[in-house]
Structures are given as structure tokens and as C-alpha cells.
Design a protein around this ligand. Structure first.
Ligand code: AMP
Length: 127
């Protein structure tokens, strides 16, 4: 199946430098920045620079180099924000929403890293 990537989505525009972001980390294939509407004291979005719509799209079609770079960047963000449970932090939650049932708002794959407080229930009942 072919995914259709919307080149005008807000994260594509951030990657092109058309709108600002609060960068936490930039690597060869990955950008991490603070969420504009943080839902926890730590709320960072990690995105690949490539045009991937969802996590499964990225996992299927990205190169090995992109996938390794992305995951290493996630670890770096956890270290930089102090949430690593094995390194003295209190832990975090990683969330990625995909498609309509996942209630994905921005159609560019992103991983939310949330921490700095207890996150509560994993999944809330849909309205
Ligand atoms: P999702 O529902 O998983 O697609 O989440 C999209 C996230 O992107 C939300 O948490 C928004 O607050 C966040 N967001 C939207 N626009 C921006 C922006 N310009 N800079 C940073 N985060 C943004």
C-alpha cells in the first residue's frame, strides 16, 4: 500500500524552516523539539526528517540508517530531559498516534516523549 505524504503538514514546514520550533536535538536524520502544547513537564516530539506518515510507514520504508538514528535520538532526548528511569530519572511514556483510530493530528510520524509527572492511565475511553 502506498502512503500519501502531505508536504504542507506542520512538521514538514518545521523541517523546511518555514515555522520556528524549540529544538532539543538535531541529528543527521532526526529532529526533536518541544511540543507547542505540553501535556507534561517534559513533552518532546521526535520526528524523522524523511517523509513518513505513521510509525508503521517509517518502520517499513525508512533505511536502516534512519531507523537507528531515530532510536538513538530518542535515547538522547530521554537523557537530555532527565527522564531515563535507569539513570536516576523517574521514567517517561512514549506515544505515537497513527491514523483516524489513533487520533493522529499531524500526518508526519512523531513520537511523543512525556515525563516529569505520573502519567496516569495508559488509554482513556474515547468520547
Ligand atoms: P498527534 O495528535 O499525535 O498528531 O500530536 C500532534 C502534536 O503536535 C500535538 O501534541 C500538538 O500540540 C503538537 N504540535 C502542533 N503544532 C506544533 C508546532 N508548531 N510545534 C510543536 N508542536 C506542535
Amino acid at each position: 500500500m502506498a502512503y500519501t505524504y502531505d508536504t504542507q503538514n506542520i512538521f514538514a514546514r518545521i523541517l523546511r524552516g518555514e515555522i520556528p520550533n524549540k529544538t532539543v536535538l538535531e541529528t543527521a536524520h532526526t529532529l526533536a523539539f518541544h511540543d507547542i502544547g505540553p501535556q507534561a513537564p517534559v513533552h518532546v516530539l521526535v520526528i524523522p526528517k524523511g517523509p513518513y506518515v505513521t510509525y508503521d510507514h517509517f518502520a517499513r520504508d525508512a533505511s536502516d540508517a534512519e531507523i537507528v538514528d531515530f532510536n538513538r535520538a530518542v535515547a538522547q532526548v530521554c537523557a537530555m530531559t532527565g527522564v531515563q528511569p535507569g539513570e536516576g530519572g523517574q521514567g517517561f511514556r512514549a506515544i505515537t498516534n497513527a491514523g483516524a483510530h489513533g487520533v493522529q493530528e499531524v500526518p508526519h510520524f512523531h513520537l511523543h516523549i512525556l515525563g516529569g509527572r505520573v502519567m496516569g492511565r495508559m488509554v482513556a475511553q474515547a468520547d
